[in-house]
Design a protein around this ligand. Sequence first.
Ligand code: IMP
Ligand code: MG
Length: 176
Amino acid sequence: MATSRNIKVLFDAETIAKRNASLVQEIKARNLENLLVVAVLKGSFVFAADLLRAMHQAGMAPEVEFVHLSSYRESTVSSGTVNILHDVESDVRGRNILLVDDILESGRTLAFAKDLLAARGAKQVLSCVLLDKPGKSAVNIKADFIGFECPDVFVVGYGMDVAHSYRQLPFVGVVE
Ligand code: IMP
Ligand code: MG
């Protein structure tokens, strides 16, 4: 059973919480007026929830929306195509948007979301990812705010899964 496997901790809960607070300072310093945070489901749900509460702590009051994109399915290898399973409901025209995602690997998911919102007339679409896997990008995109550089391993926890397991872990780890 998947849950009996050992998980090696890569970024523990305390390290992530500290980094979230400093990420929020970086974001706040940009003075993004009328900010709309768009969390990219599902993998970002824990990170987005913590980041948003850190934003509140820092005196920010963004609006929040969700987009559910899927490229991975049940496999650990990206399929290369991105599907919209749930779309943003707000009119994004003229808005400052901050996309929040768990991990930037090929960059296809984030590039897709960015292009989509830009095409709808967003004023500016910035992105914040918890993890960046350098050297894996298939499209030309860089996140504006990055929590941590991630080694080239498949990570789970803190919202991230393998076949829907391990999302509940309060840390980012590697399945051994
Ligand atoms: P990209 O489109 O290749 O950049 O992939 C980004 C998405 O793939 C992330 O939002 C994750 O949902 C998923 N993903 C990529 N690498 C990992 C990993 O190591 N663990 C879990 N999910 C991953
Ligand atoms: Mg994802």
